[in-house]
Structures are given as structure tokens and as C-alpha cells.
Design a protein around this ligand. Structure first.
Ligand code: NAP
Length: 252
């Protein structure tokens, strides 16, 4: 099967490319660095020729509210048009568990806009809602830092390793479209502030973590259910300690 992975050079994209190639599929890792740009449309029609499945694993270079919305809307429209022209039979995308519960987050609003375009495109689809990747912990800490203090939500979340996410993306890509959303999450539920503190400790980062139930997560206040997947979610196997012991991270 010919599969095009938009964002195939990114964290989840590159791991998904590897898994599908191992299964014997013809996989194109498409991104601006390989001449395929979903914003300008450059290289898109050529990339999608004779393609059965498109997996969109791209991310916006900017997380600023207006920029991220423009990114996912423009990319979504360009992709739908090109996929329709090419006769693509399955569009797979990766979004975020709880996106629909957190309207105050500009980033998650942009992901919902991406999802709406997929659902109305007329192309059979599967949307995977994932929880936060362990690899995103430094980003969570950075976005919550002022001076030497990291003020982070004490709400529960259920982070997942990128390897577990890529396993799911590779499975979903070769299964029939569900024309709906499936949820995935990590094996353990924990407080975001506790894990950020543990992570900073383990990387010898001297910033102080302040747990605050009202701290905003990318613009949205969380409750204990906001970021946690529902019953029936597919759960990853890799626990935090195991992930950390293999992660290639800057240790201070
Ligand atoms: N972080 C989390 O915890 C989390 C949780 C749930 C869902 N997600 C979703 O997971 C997806 C993948 O995230 P990630 O962390 O793997 O991304 P990433 O590592 O930041 O990679 C982003 C990819 O997007 C590509 N890209 C950027 N602009 C593009 C454009 N105009 N056209 C085509 N490709 C473009 C990049 O290509 P170049 O290498 O050429 O720049 C790169 O391959 C995102 O959609 C995100 O919303 C993330």
C-alpha cells in the first residue's frame, strides 16, 4: 500500500514511517524539508499520486493562537482538496484527548478546526485523540515558567510515550477507516505538577515547581477529567521510568 505521512520527519511521523516501512508498505515521509508543504501546496499533488492512505502528523511551527489556527485550517483545506483529487481512501490524523472540553485553549481550538475539516471532507477518516507525549514534558515546563518558577496545573493527566503513539498510528493506517475518533493514553494517571517536578528533578533542573489547580495549560484551566481519556481508550505500555531511562534528553 502507498502511504504518505505528512510531517513524516517529526517526532511521531518519523517513528510511524519506520514502522510502516518495516511492514513492507511504500511510505513517503512528506514535509517542507522533503519539498511537500501543506500551507503553500508545494509538492502536494505529486506526493499524493497513487496514494491510498494519508496520515497527517504535522504540527504548527508557531503555537500562538492565530498562527496555529491559520496553520491547521489552511493545511486541512489544502490536504482535503489534494486527497479528493488523488482518490485517497483513508485520512488519518492525530489530535488531543479533551480538545472538545477545553475551548479556552487556542491550540486545542485549532485542532478542533482541523478535525471539523476532516469530518466534512467526504474522505473516509480516522482521528486518533492522544494524551500528552512524555517527550512534551520539557515543553509543558517551559510554557509554565516565569523566572525560576514553573507554575503548573495539579490536574490529572495520563501521558504516553511517542513509541506507543506511533504503534497505534501504524495500526490505524492499515485498518479500515472508523469515520470517528479513537482515544489513546498512557498506562498511568498522575498529577501534571507531580510529573513535571519529578522530570525536572531527574534532569537536574533547578527550577521550582508550584502546583496550582488554576494554572492554565496552553490557555485553559484544567479539571481532573479534562485531559484523561475515557473508558475504552487504547493504553500504551511504556511507563514514565522506562521511557526516561531510554529518552535522549539534555541532562543539566
Ligand atoms: N505534543 C503532544 O503531547 C501531543 C499530544 C496529542 C497530539 N499531538 C499532535 O501530534 C502531532 C504530531 O506532533 P509531533 O510532536 O510529532 O510534531 P513535530 O515533531 O513538531 O513535527 C512536526 C512535523 O510537521 C512538519 N511540518 C511543519 N510545517 C509543515 C507544512 N507546512 N507542511 C507539511 N509538514 C509540515 C514538520 O516538517 P519539517 O521537519 O520539514 O519542518 C515536522 O515533520 C501534532 O499534530 C500534534 O497536535 C501532540
Amino acid at each position: 500500500m502507498r502511504i504518505v505521512i505528512i510531517g513524516g520527519t517529526g517526532l511521531i511521523g518519523s517513528k510511524t514511517v519506520e514502522r510502516l516501512r518495516k511492514k513492507g508498505h511504500e511510505v513517503l515521509a512528506a514535509s517542507p524539508s522533503s519539498g511537500v508543504d501543506t500551507i503553500t501546496g508545494e509538492g502536494l499533488d505529486e506526493a499524493l499520486e497513487d496514494t491510498q492512505v494519508v496520515i497527517d502528523l504535522a504540527n504548527s511551527p508557531s503555537f500562538e493562537d492565530a498562527a496555529v489556527l491559520a496553520f491547521f485550517e489552511t493545511a486541512g483545506r489544502n490536504l482535503a482538496t489534494a486527497e479528493m483529487k488523488a482518490g485517497v481512501r483513508h485520512h488519518v490524523a492525530l489530535s488531543v484527548v479533551g480538545a472538545e472540553r477545553l475551548p479556552a485553549s487556542g491550540y486545542l481550538q485549532a485542532k478542533l478546526a482541523q478535525e471539523r475539516l476532516i469530518k466534512t471532507s467526504g474522505i473516509p477518516y480516522t482521528i486518533v485523540h492522544s494524551t500528552q507525549f512524555f517527550e512534551f514534558l520539557p515543553g509543558i515546563a517551559q510554557s509554565a515558567t516565569a523566572g525560576d518558577t514553573v507554575t503548573v496545573s495539579s490536574a490529572y493527566f495520563q501521558p504516553i510515550a511517542s513509541d506507543d503513539v506511533a504503534d497505534v498510528m501504524a495500526d490505524v493506517a492499515v485498518a479500515a477507516p472508523v469515520n470517528g475518533v479513537i482515544e489513546i493514553g498512557g498506562p498511568d494517571t498522575m498529577r501534571m505538577s507531580d510529573l513535571v517536578e519529578r522530570y525536572l528533578d531527574m534532569t537536574n533542573d533547578t527550577r521550582t515547581v508550584k502546583a496550582d489547580p488554576h494554572a492554565r495549560y496552553f490557555g485553559a484551566e484544567l479539571d481532573d477529567g479534562s485531559l484523561v481519556p475515557g473508558a475504552g481508550a487504547r493504553l500504551g505500555k511504556v511507563r514514565f521510568q522506562e521511557w526516561f531511562s531510554h529518552a535522549r534528553l539534555p541532562r543539566r
